[in-house]
Every structure is written in C-alpha cells, then in structure tokens.
Design a protein around this ligand. Structure first.
Ligand code: CAA
Length: 680
C-alpha cells in the first residue's frame, strides 16, 4: 500500500495503491504508522509524502462508503500528519483529489508540478470533503477561493494553486521527487494550516449561494459545503471539524450521495464490454467520413474535428453541403465568441473538414458514419454503395435512432464491420453515444467504437439491436401514456410539471415541442387520428413554429394553449371519454414506472449489458437527474415491489400492449436487485 525510503535524513512515504492511490484502510493504516514511527526515529529530520505511478492520490476509497469504518479514519490520518513534530512536505504530480488533497493540506508544505490537478470533487459524489478539507483550504487560500473549489468540485492546476497560496513551490515531473527532498531539508519545522485563522464577511456566503443558485438547485451537498466553509471562518479547527463531520455523515448516508456514487461507478462499468476477448486489437482510426451534412451529421463531425481527427463530409447537393459546412463554422465561431476557443483553434478544427459531393472520397476513411434521415430503404442503399467504396477493414456505422443495424448490415458483404453509433442531439454537445452491436458486429469493431467514443469525450454505452435501442425504446411507453393521460383528464402542464418537479429538465410534451411535434408525422393533413396529428395538421410543430402542445412567445416562453385544450376536448368527445381528476401519483406510475418496466425488459432481453448502463443512458442522453441515479437505480430505491404493485394497480389503463416484465416481477418478489446475472 505504501513504500518507505529513507533518503539520508528525509523519510519518503510513497503511496502505492494502483491504479489511483485511493486512500483505503490499508493505505491509511500504513501512512499513520509510518508518520508515527518517524516521530521517534532520530535519523528522520523531515518527511515527504508522494504518490507512486501517474498521480498523487484520487482520494478516499469510494467503495468503502456506506460500509463500517476501518480505523484510522482519514480525518485521523490527516490530523496525525498535521500534528507531526517533524516537517511534512507533500510532493504532488498528476492529481491530488478529494482526500488526496486533504492529505496534502494536512502536510506542512506542498510542492507540485504546474500541470497537476488539485481539487475537492466530493460535491460531485453528493458529499463534502470530510477529512478537514472544508476547514483547512479556506485557512490557506481564503474563503472565496475555497468556496469556489469546494462547491463546484472543479480542480485547479498546480500553476494556479501556486498563485493562490495552496502550493509553496513548483517543480517538474522529472525533478519533483528530488526537489521535494531538497525542499524538506530547507524548512525550519512544522507550519500547521489548522493553526491559522480565517475570517469572512457573513454576507459572502449568502451571496455565493444566490450567485450559484441554478447550479446547486435541488442538491444537498453544495449547501452543506457552504455551511462547512462558513464554520471554518467562525469556529476553531476542532469545532469546525466536528461540524464538517456531522454534515459529511448526514450526506454520505443520504439518497443523493448513494445515487451519485452509483452514477460514478455506473459510468465506469458502462465502458466495459462483456465477453470481450483480452487480445482484441483496436482498429486505427485516422480519418472519419460522415454521410449527411444536416444537423446530426454536422454535430457528429464537430466531435472528431475538435479531437483533431480529419473528417470527410459528403452531401448530395452543393447547397446542402455549403449549409452544413457553414453551420459547423458558425457553431465554432459562436463558441469562440464566448471565449471558450481561440481563433486558431477554430481555424484548426475547420481546416480538418473536407466537404465534398463525391461519395468516392470516402475511400480513405477508417470509419464512416451515415447520418441521413430515418428510412430503411435509403440507409440500405447507402450501405450497399459504401460496401463498394470503403476500404477493406473500414468500420461502417449508422447513426440511426430506431432502425435495425442487422438489416442495414445485410446490405453489405461485410456485416462484421457494421455497427450503430447513435449520437444524441445536439451531437456536438450531448455526451451519450449508444454503440449498437449487431448480430455479426466483430469484437474489434465494437471495441474500437467504444474507444473512439471516449477519445472524443463521449460516454459510450453498448446496446443490442431493438427498435429504439435503450433510450428511445423507453420513451415509447412514456409518450404513449402521456398522450393517453391527456385524453383521460390531465393537461400537458400537469404531466410536464410532474416530470420537472421530479428533476427532469423537461417533461414529455415540452420535449415533443423542442424536438418537433412533426417528427415522424405522415405529412397528410387530412388524416387526423389523434391529438398529435391534429396539432401537426394545424402547423403546430412545436417551438420552431411558436406553437405545439404550448403556445410560445418571441422568447420561446411557453404558456398553456387554449387551442390544444379544445383539440383534446374534441378527441375526448369523439372517443366517449369523460375527463377525470388525474393524480400526480398516477402520472408517475404511468410515465416513469412504465419506463422502468421497459428497462427491465431491455435488460432481460440482453439489449443492455447491465441495469446501470440503462441509468447511464438516461443520465447522459435525456438529463435524468444524477442525484436520482437513473431509472433503474431509482426504481430500486423506491422499491421494486412498490413499482410492480403500482403498475398492477393501473394495469387496465396502461393499454392492451402493456405487459409486466417477468424479470421485474421476479426481482420484486424475491427482493433481489435487477442487476444480478443469476436472475437474468
Ligand atoms: N476510490 C475508489 N476507486 C476509484 C477512485 C476512488 N476515489 N477513483 C477511481 N477509482 C477506480 C475507478 O472506479 C476505476 O476502477 P475500474 O478500473 O475497476 O473501473 C479505476 O480506479 C480507474 O479510474 P478511472 O477509470 O476513472 O481512471 P481515469 O484515469 O479515467 O480517471 C480519476 C482518474 C480522475 C482520478 C477518476 O477516477 C476520478 O475522478 N476519481 C474520483 C475522484 C474523487 O472523486 N475523489 C474524491 C473521493 S471522496 C473523498 O476523498 C472523500 C473524503 O474527503 C474523505
């Protein structure tokens, strides 16, 4: 867990717990013992703590949270380091995060590389820095800088840390170890951060909370972080630490932190492909082709351009090509105008784009992504052409949102090279990519798709082939029930409010208005069989026409629409439905529990590899609140038996096509979580 080396009169404690030097029980015991022994070892004048491998430490071992605490606790270790009678120097490279930075704060001096990342990201896990971080950081860098780091969780670079007084000296990766030893020999003795005082205007904390109200809305941890930092300005160290501990304990046992920790591990699990043979080699991807310069094709291209990968983008008409290429440039320039890109970066990215009308120009691409509209015949025709043009070994991908990758692959003589790469709109921003594995997709093609998605900063999730894959398939029962609820007596506002109160960025009708009510409409204004078709026939296509399920003003602010209320009323009469009072609980059951039920089917059919992958899809593709973990995690929190009972209660209203997932029913009855392979 650690190595100790005596370099003349300086003891070096090397944290050695790959891959990230997490501060689990073993590391804590070893560090505490080494510091303790050094106190009475006459050979030791000073101590240096450094990390072995690529970083100092990523902090507490998150897998230990929620389990009984093994002594010594991290706060005890940090206190022991600070109490050392011999000076202790932290030597930081790579990263010092969370408990890792708190260990460094317990040290009397800190030396770091300019590119090292120092941060307290606990808030993103629904907790606060619980090993004295909220008390020592403000004492060292002042309340304002500390609030910024602790409440946002964003790390800062070593160079910046030196500017604000968090770091005493900068060094390089090569000379850090030697510089730290030399530094340790020059210092007079301990210099304890906990003995410092810090003060702040009490109004500062309130102002900070107001300024950050949007970012911290609905979240427990940021508010607790502010309270803890306030304690640092008002109380002596030991009392402040007591406060910090009490807040930490309340957070770590709360539902939000459990959910956020679940999301942390779910994201990492999603990157893993079940059954992937160890010796699979990735296919090199140096140039990407994109077919279709529409909104999706353009957005997809930007991901690669931004990552420095050249893109050949193909369209059928010059006008569409010019519009698509122009939009890419405009998007980059808009980002530059906000100060997030330099002019050089814009030119570099745009310079990597090769817009062309020549389909044959795709012949040197290693990966080609088709992003044309959803029509199987069109897609099959494109893939048949691609089969002739693409070089051997090129990966052929479709960005289809619903259609069968297997059928698309059947248009080629190389179905092993075909997979789905389903990006979400706007594709240059949304993090999720469903990587769709066809029946014949080769292992190296799937692995390359996953790896590439990560290289361009996405969160990829493997999905099998089914209508709508993981995410959109789960939207189907949600939208069907939302539509039915409207006829039965609910309003779009009520259904949407239930979803936004739950924490979703928008509800089903707001989403329909944003995406376009006319998506998938048959375009025949004389054929009207439901409310949506009536809206489409009247040109109420959503936000883009300033009218959909809501009316919109110039600033796209929605108001309930009397026209929609009238259309709904007409359909009620036609269908002989007498509207009734719809409870919020019924909306939750019929629109959210039905999604959980569909997710369970997706799981038992093997479309998703694991329940947590479904959660990742909903977090990153649809804005499911991370502090509620994801639909499958949330269902387990609510209780699977409760979900099943509620669905049974409304079974008659759920339509003839509804059926309960046998897996869900079995897990609920047996009290087992959804993920267990033995229940699949
Ligand atoms: N505890 C336990 N396991 C951890 C961990 C931690 N703090 N940090 C990372 N890991 C694990 C990951 O789960 C992953 O495991 P698998 O290989 O089994 O999936 C492995 O280490 C490698 O991690 P990544 O895949 O994330 O590697 P990366 O190089 O992409 O990222 C990282 C490295 C930036 C450090 C990232 O892992 C990270 O952000 N870790 C969490 C940092 C954090 O939040 N620290 C605060 C912890 S809470 C705390 O310290 C509380 C306190 O005050 C007492």
């Amino acid at each position: 867990m650690i190595q100790t080396h005596l370099h003349d009169d300086v003891l070096e404690i090397l944290l050695d717990n790959a891959p990230v030097n997490a501060l689990g029980a073993g590391v804590r015991q070893a560090v505490a013992a080494a510091v303790d022994e050094a106190q009475s070892d006459a050979r030791v004048r000073a101590i240096v703590i450094r990390g072995n491998g690529k970083l100092f430490s990523a902090g507490a071992d998150i897998t230990e949270f929620g389990k009984p605490l093994a002594h010594p606790s991290l706060p005890q270790v940090v206190d022991a380091i600070e109490a050392s009678r011999k000076p202790v120097v932290a030597a930081i490279h790579g990263m010092a995060l969370g408990g890792g930075l708190e260990v460094a704060l317990g040290c009397h001096y800190r030396i770091a590389t300019p590119k090292a990342k120092l941060g307290l990201p606990e808030v993103t896990l629904g907790i606060l820095p619980g090993a004295g971080g909220t008390q020592r950081l403000p004492r060292l860098v002042g309340v304002e800088a500390a609030l910024g780091m602790i409440v946002t969780g964003s790390p800062i670079l070593g160079s910046k840390a030196a500017e604000i007084g968090l770091i005493d000296q900068l060094s390089t990766d090569e000379s850090l170890a030697a510089d730290a030893l030399a530094f340790a020999r020059t210092v007079d003795g301990p210099r304890r951060t906990g003995e410092r005082n810090v003060s702040a205007d009490p109004a500062l904390f309130e102002r900070f909370a107001i300024d950050n109200a949007r970012a911290i809305k609905n979240l427990d941890a940021p508010k607790a972080c502010i309270e803890a930092v306030k304690a640092a300005a008002e109380l002596p160290l030991d009392k402040g630490q007591e406060k910090e501990r009490a807040l930490f304990t309340a957070l770590v046992t709360g539902d939000q932190s459990k959910a956020l920790r679940h999301v942390f591990f779910a994201e990492r699990a999603a990157a893993k492909i079940e059954g992937l043979s160890k010796d699979v080699q990735l296919r090199p991807i140096a140039r990407v082709g994109v077919i279709g310069a529409g909104t999706m094709g353009g957005g997809i291209s930007m991901n690669f351009l931004s990552a420095g990968i050249p893109v050949t983008i193909v369209e059928m008409a010059q006008e569409a090509l010019d519009r698509g290429a122009g939009l890419i440039r405009k998007n980059y320039e808009a980002t530059a105008a906000k100060g997030r890109l330099t002019t050089e970066q814009v030119e570099k990215a745009v310079g990597l784009l090769n817009p062309t009308l020549d389909f044959g120009a795709l012949d040197d691409c290693d990966l080609i992504i088709e992003a044309v509209y959803e029509n199987m015949d069109v897609k099959k025709e494109i893939f048949a052409r691609l089969d002739k043009v693409a070089k051997p070994g090129a990966i052929l991908a479709s960005n289809t949102s619903y259609l069968s990758i297997d059928e698309i692959a059947s248009a080629t003589a190389r179905p092993q090279d075909v997979l789905g790469l389903h990006f979400f709109s706007p594709a240059n921003i949304m993090k999720l990519v469903e990587v769709v594995r066809g029946a014949e997709t080769a292992q190296d093609v799937l692995a390359t798709g996953m790896d590439l998605a990560r290289r361009i900063g996405k969160v990829p999730v493997v999905s099998g082939v089914c209508y709508g894959f993981i995410g959109n398939r789960m939207l189907i029962p949600r939208q069907e029930n939302a539509n039915a609820l409207l006829l039965e007596g609910a309003t779009p506002e009520q259904v949407d409010r239930v979803h936004t109160t739950f924490g979703m960025p928008m509800g089903p009708f707001q989403m329909a208005d944003l995406a376009g009510v006319d998506i998938g409409w048959h375009r025949d204004a004389s054929r009207i069989e439901n409310v949506r078709e009536a809206l489409c026939a009247q040109g109420r296509w959503g936000q883009k026409t300033k009218a959909g399920y809501y009316d919109y003003d110039e600033k796209r602010k929605p108001t309930p629409s009397p026209v929609v209320a009238e259309i709904v009323q007409e359909f009620r009469q036609k269908s002989g439905i007498t509207p009734r009072e719809i409870s919020d609980e019924e909306i939750v059951t019929r629109t959210l529990y039905t999604m959980v039920n569909e997710g369970a089917k997706i799981l038992e059919e093997g479309i998703a590899q694991r329940a947590s992958d479904i959660d990742v899809v909903w977090n990153y593709g649809y804005g499911w609140p991370r502090y509620k973990g994801g639909p499958m995690f949330w269902a387990e929190q609510v209780g699977l038996s409760h979900v099943v009972a509620a669905l049974q209660k409304y079974e008659n209203a759920l339509g003839e096509t509804f059926s309960l997932s046998p897996l869900l029913v079995r897990c609920a009855a047996e009290g087992k979580p959804l993920d267990r392979p033995d229940v699949r």
